[in-house]
Each structure stands twice: as C-alpha cells, then as structure tokens.
Design a protein around this ligand. Structure first.
Ligand SMILES: Cc1cc2nc3c(=O)[nH]c(=O)nc-3n(C[C@H](O)[C@H](O)[C@H](O)COP(=O)(O)OP(=O)(O)OC[C@H]3O[C@@H](n4cnc5c(N)ncnc54)[C@H](O)[C@@H]3O)c2cc1C
Length: 429
C-alpha cells in the first residue's frame, strides 16, 4: 500500500491521518512541537503539578459533522458534552435562556426566544424579520463574500442595541472577527447551518476533558499504520517540476508516495514558495482566554454569554470555582498587561456574577493568542487555495484552505478529509 507524509499535527493533519489510515495507507506524521492538536490543545498549567488547561476553550456545534466523525473514528466522541441551551447574562445578573423546544427547525428556539429578557419586543421582531430574510436571501455565497456582516445587518435596519446584544455575541465568537470586518457569508453560515438548522445542529459541544486528551496516545492505538513523530520539524519540501521528491527533516530526507501540507498558512507559504500562497492576505485575529480560580463556587451555570462588556463568554470548568472567560477578536486586550486583563475580567465578571465580588481569587492565567485565526474578511474566500496543487503528489490542508468555513476545528478537519480523499482518488487511478 502507498505511504503518505503529513507535515503538521494540528486537527487538519490528524484528520488527514485517520482518513488515510482507514483507507489503508501507511502514514508518517511530522509535528514540530512536542504535542498534537496545534492551536486546539492543552498543556500543564505552569504553576501546578496536576492542573492541565486548554490553551483556550474550544466549542463546536452539532452541525460540525466532520469534526464529530473524526472524534468518532478516534473513539473519543463520548468526551464531548452537548448543551441544548444558551444562557445570556446582563450586567446586574439578569439571566435569559435560549433553548430548543418541540417545534421543528427553524422554529425550535421560538418558545424560549419569546421569553428572552435582554431584548425588547421591537428588537425581537426586528431579529425575527432578519432571520427570515436570511433564510430566504437568494444571494450566492460569492455575493455575500463581497460585503461585511455589518453592512448586511444595516441593510436590514437592525437596531444598534440588537446588534450589540444578539448579533455580536453570537457571530463574533463563532467567526472570531468583528462584524464590520467579517464577510457576511460566514455570518450567514453560522446562523443558517448552526442556529437555525435544528436542535441537533444548534446544540453546543464542549469537550469534557482537556483538548490534548482527545488525541492522546490512547486514541492512536487503533491506528497501527500511523506513525507520529513529535518534535520533528519539516524544514524543506524538495520540489521537482511536477512532483515532490521528499521532505528534509534535520539532515535526512524522508520520501513517500504522497505528501500533505497541514501547516499554518505562513509556514506553508514559506516552505512551498512556488505555490505563491498569499499568506499576508489572510491577516490575523486574536483570542484572549482568562483562566480564573476562586476559593469558592461563584456560579452554577455551565456557561454563559456575557452581554454589554469586554468579556464575551464564561465557561464553568470545574465546580463553579474555575472559570475560563473568552474574548474573541480581542484586539483591544492585546496591548494590555496581564494584570490589567485580570483586573478587567474580575471587575466585569462581578457585575454578572455577584459571588465573584465576595470570592478570593486564588490564581489566574491569561493566554493571548495573537495569531489565533485568520481574519474572515470579505474577498478572502476567493484567495483560499483548494486541496490540489500543481504538484501531482502534494495536497494542501489547514483551516485556511478553501473549506467554506471560517477558521474552526470543523474547517480544519474538512480540509484534512479533502486531502485524504484526493490522495485516495489519485492512488486509485
Ligand atoms: C485561542 C483559540 C480559540 C479557538 N476557539 C475555537 C473554538 O471554540 N471552536 C473552533 O472550532 N475553533 C476554534 N479555534 C480555531 C481552531 O483551533 C483552529 O481553526 C484549528 O485548530 C486549526 O487547525 P489546523 O490543523 O488547520 O492548524 P494548526 O492547529 O495551526 O496546526 C498546524 C500544526 O503544524 C505544526 N507545524 C508548523 N510548522 C511545522 C513544520 N515546519 N513541521 C512540522 N510541523 C509544523 C504546528 O506546530 C501545528 O501543530 C480557536 C483557536 C484559538 C487559537
């Protein structure tokens, strides 16, 4: 059977590995770092012997079919817990719950939507009109890729407060970009495929174990035809006119029948210069995760959207005492010191969860991922390359390739699966 070299052990590379292994290929995966998962990973908390923390909370929706298929193949799908309700907290602590009811899609949220306290009746009407318009909008994906989400919302006369309290919290977190920078195509996809798709599609999945455990050694035991080489960087791809001859690793050259680049866009662009991947066009959008450990429980909610402030989401990681607060597209926090970020988080969190004001902070950890994702701006989709390249045995994967998704775990897995399918097809010719 043919063999394949994969460069990069993020979700794109791992997904390609499982699909190729299931198709009977011999796979060698090279990952520069000492652990798998790339940007969706976890590591030991620096000041603790027992605590393992995610680099940031990663969530998925039920509509992330290929990601769920990937977890299924690795035997870890049961380690993702699905939640059928979304909680919204206003400063002052008033809580609203959006949950799936008995009505069929897209009306499955209709019952609880009517009772949301943080929107007025007029705002709910405006929102319902926009959602209905969204389902009917016959514009093509290409057309929606030419305008920002904010432009589309303005064309629908969405009130400013509704944009701040509904559209922003839902979409900025899902796409990791501000509404006035995000292509409308991505906003449409989140709403149409996820929130309006039906109760199963809109359920929120939260891994119940640290991310790294999902692709730990145990998960790979069933794949004897996958060899993972950690701390092994691919430093050069040896290119002929029409094919790859090998990859350089240290002072040796490794060869295979097929090659998958599952590298981040800037690394792929540098190692595969003749492909002219326009890495600079992808931009970057940061995410900040603030881990807070309190001396007592401060909430019994599993998670919540935090309205009207700097913070976007709160996740209850353990017993209401360990919270992970997430700020997406967090350009405003990048230049702030760690102490300032923690101070802002505590002050604002106390407004939603009064118990925070009484509790003692035992420890805190701030993770600023300045290059968390590419910026899903209008026009970018046309620049994202597909799987095939001009080299007959080289295939591209990565969340930045043309997956139809913003930079997400689902997008990364889709790209890995596409590369694996293209290789299976090429090998069958
Ligand atoms: C803070 C944060 C929060 C996020 N939250 C979510 C979320 O809630 N939901 C969601 O769906 N997505 C989320 N994402 C996005 C998601 O993590 C990414 O889209 C996805 O993990 C990207 O996977 P990838 O395999 O394409 O790239 P990467 O994860 O970047 O993997 C590329 C791999 O290649 C390796 N590499 C680089 N150079 C070399 C080399 N020369 N040789 C060998 N290996 C090399 C890297 O070390 C890395 O492991 C988040 C991302 C971040 C950073």
């Amino acid at each position: 059977m043919s063999d394949v070299i994969i460069a990069g052990g993020g979700l794109a590379g791992l997904a390609a590995a499982v699909r190729l292994a299931d198709a009977g290929f011999q796979v060698h995966l090279f990952e520069e770092r000492g652990f798998l998962g790339g940007r969706a990973t976890s590591y030991p908390y620096p000041h603790s012997e027992t605590e393992v923390i995610d680099n940031c909370q990663h969530i998925l929706l039920g509509c992330c079919e290929q990601l769920l298929d990937f977890y299924e193949r690795l035997g870890v799908a049961g380690k993702v817990r699905f939640h059928d309700r979304y909680y919204f907290l206003e400063p002052g602590g008033r809580l609203s719950t959006l949950k799936s009811g008995l009505l069929p899609a897209p009306l499955h949220f209709a019952g609880s939507f009517a009772s949301l306290k943080f929107l007025t009746a007029g705002e709910k009407f405006a929102l319902a009109c926009a959602l209905a318009r969204m389902r009917r909008d016959r514009r093509t994906r290409d057309e929606l890729d030419q305008i920002t989400m904010r432009e589309w919302l303005d064309s629908q006369r969405q009130p400013g407060r509704l944009i701040e309290r509904f559209w922003k919290p839902v979409l900025v977190s899902a796409v990791n970009e501000d509404l006035d920078r995000m292509a409308a195509s991505h906003g449409f996809q989140v709403l149409k495929t996820g929130m309006l798709g039906g109760p199963r599609d809109s359920a929120m999945g939260v891994p119940s174990v640290p991310l790294g455990e999902l692709y730990g050694a145990g998960a790979w035991r069933r794949y004897s035809n996958v060899t993972i080489h950690l701390q092994t960087s691919v430093s050069e791809v040896l290119l002929d006119e029409n094919e790859v001859r090998g990859v350089r690793i240290g002072d040796r050259v490794e060869r295979a029948d097929y090659y998958v680049s599952a590298l981040p866009v800037d690394r792929a662009s540098a190692l595969l210069a003749p492909l002219r991947i326009p890495a600079a066009e992808f931009g970057q959008s940061p995410i900040t995760g603030i881990h807070l450990w309190f001396d007592r429980p401060v909430t019994d909610l599993p998670h919540a959207v935090l309205l009207d402030g700097t913070l976007h989401w709160m996740f209850n990681k353990r017993e209401g005492r360990y919270l992970l607060v997430v700020v997406s597209a967090s350009r405003g926090l990048v230049d702030k010191s760690r102490a300032e970020v923690i101070e802002t988080a505590l002050r604002e969190l106390g407004a939603y969860l009064p118990a925070v004001r009484e509790a003692r902070l035992e420890k805190a950890h701030v993770v600023k991922e300045t290059k968390a994702t590419f910026s899903a701006r209008p026009g970018l989709d046309a620049l994202r390359p597909g799987t095939q390249t001009r080299y007959r045995n080289l295939f591209l994967a990565g969340d930045w390739t043309r997956t139809g998704w913003p930079a997400t775990m689902e997008g990364a897995v889709r790209s890995g699966y596409s590369a694996a399918e293209a290789i299976s097809h090429a090998a069958s010719l």
